[in-house]
Design a protein around this ligand. Structure first.
Ligand code: FRU
Length: 493
């Protein structure tokens, strides 16, 4: 694996042409996605600033141009009318000054559109010459002409009562209230993850620290909470968070998790009262830093997009100098004490050709590069082997056991294995059995929606040329479509 020097990781982007050769090389990779957003070059991680404004969806993401390394982060801007097809607009927020508040990265954050502007809240990741970290909460204003204006001074600096791990401002407006709230992921001095709450009557000024969010039962839950957010869905409050450096049963040795707690948020007392436990948002291997659109008018649902990746993991395309992509947008609703996550209804527009199930001698079907496979499952065990070779060997297995009432996704049969140390299989109980599977396959990812969104497994996979077949065992009724490209490969910085 390539070793990056600090100078290489944190090099400022001066001229887009510096990236052209890199882009030309990367765009030829067999693992470039066809209907998922991915960076033109380098590394993409968290989605940021997801809003509806000026008749289109705006989304930004963390982007390090130079390669598959968590180095100098920028905000890259993409737009969509329907959340299905997307267009690159180019880099939006750049860390471009050695003495700036964000001199070592424009880190994650969120957005709020007002009148003809989108206000972008982000963490300025500043490092002194001796590499001491300082986190600033910063603001920029984006006009409809696409031109971002950074405010010269941060809204506030790090709270001295916590460590310097303070980041990812999420701006929240409560319907019927004139107060804006902002929550920030943080770490206490005795290394506990938490969320800090600020408020203001004005988006641009007067932010005051209200206190640490109290979440009874979760006082000691990981050592840092990244990307926390409180969403109001279907009359309930949902605390989304990425607790770090703890292991969770069923998630192998993984140290980074993205999950949620359903409950009730009292903004007066800053108390989030859980109604139930912490649930993992996604049971797959590669999903983190999920963000919900900030100004959806429908109070019964939310729309969520996550980074299809996790921190501290190397991916096979690192060698090709790129990594990361975004998940498909999902519609979130609350059912009882759980979130239901379904692919957006609009994604049916991606369907192209409906394919017949014509098996080869080994009983396998050809698996297109970009496809949707849907199964109605009647009763009994179901076994699905995707990305097998022509003889039906190897691949990623999805196994449902009727006796144990659980589903297991295992990617250890793939020829290209990675991140094995965090575990290669994940299991989720299905109390009511398995009735439905909807699976989206792209060149290097798979998203498996179980029982209409009751559980989701999202994973990167890197099939070789031979691994493009699949077979199904069980009492199922199956359909399959090829999917159209939805994101144009285009060099735009
Ligand atoms: C989460 C995260 C955030 C941070 C950003 C930097 O993946 O570590 O906490 O703001 O990524 O890219």
């Amino acid at each position: 694996m390539r070793e990056w020097t600090r100078e290489e990781k944190y090099r400022y982007l001066k001229d887009p042409q510096e990236l052209k050769d890199l882009y030309d090389r990367i765009s030829k990779s067999a693992y470039r996605q066809t209907f998922h957003n991915q960076a033109v070059t380098g590394l993409m991680n968290d989605p940021n600033g997801f809003v509806w404004h000026d008749n289109r969806w705006h989304l930004f993401y963390q982007w390090c141009p130079w390669g598959a390394v968590h180095g100098l982060k920028h905000w890259y801007h993409i737009i969509s009318k329907d959340l299905v097809t997307w267009k690159n607009l180019g880099v939006c927020l750049l860390p471009d000054q050695e003495d700036g508040y964000d001199n070592k990265g424009v880190y994650s954050g969120s957005a709020m559109p007002i009148d003809d502007k989108i206000y972008l809240y982000y963490t300025g990741n500043h490092r002194d010459a001796d590499w001491t970290r300082h986190a600033y909460t910063c603001l920029a204003r984006l006009g409809n002409d696409g031109w971002p204006e950074k405010y010269p001074l941060p809204l506030f600096g790090a709270n001295p009562d916590y460590t310097e791990h303070q980041r990812d401002p999420k701006i929240i407006r409560i319907p019927g209230s004139d107060t804006y709230y902002m929550i920030i992921g943080a770490q206490t001095k005795d290394k506990r993850g938490c969320a800090l709450v600020y408020s203001s009557e004005d988006l641009q000024h007067g932010w005051t620290f209200l206190g640490e969010m109290k979440v009874p039962g979760f006082e000691s839950f990981g050592d840092m909470w990244e990307c926390p957010s409180v969403e109001h869905i279907g009359g309930r409050d949902v605390l989304l968070l990425c607790p770090q450096h703890l292991t969770i049963p069923g998630r192998g040795q993984s140290q980074n998790h993205n999950g949620y707690i359903i409950g009730n948020m009292d903004w007066e007392t800053l108390t989030f009262t859980p109604d139930g436990q912490f649930h993992v948002l996604d049971f797959g291997f590669d999903s983190y830093a999920a963000a919900c659109a900030n100004n959806l008018q429908d109070a019964d649902k939310a729309i969520l997009i996550a980074w299809m990746g996790v921190p501290d993991v190397s991916y096979p395309t690192d060698e090709e100098d790129w990594a990361g992509c975004l998940t498909l947008p999902r519609e979130l609703t609350v059912r009882g004490r759980r979130l239901i996550q379904q692919p957006l209804p609009e994604l049916k527009k991606l369907r192209d050709e409906k394919l017949p199930f014509t098996a080869n001698e080994a009983g396998c079907y050809a698996l297109p590069r970009a496809a949707e496979v849907e199964l109605d499952c009647r009763k009994g065990d179901v076994s699905l082997y995707l990305f097998t070779d022509e003889a039906g060997k190897g691949g990623l297995s999805i196994l449902y056991s009727e006796e144990r009432k659980e589903i297991t996704v295992d990617r250890s049969g793939m020829r290209t294995r990675f991140n094995e140390s965090e575990g290669e299989s994940r299991t989720r109980p299905l109390e009511n059995g398995l009735s439905h599977l909807r699976i989206f396959v792209d060149s290097s990812s798979i998203e498996i929606f179980v029982n209409d969104g009751d559980a989701v497994f999202t994973s990167r996979i890197f099939p070789t040329k031979e691994e493009h077949f699949f077979r199904i065992e069980g009492d199922t009724f199956n359909r399959m479509w090829t999917l159209k490209p939805a994101v144009k490969e285009q060099f735009l910085i």
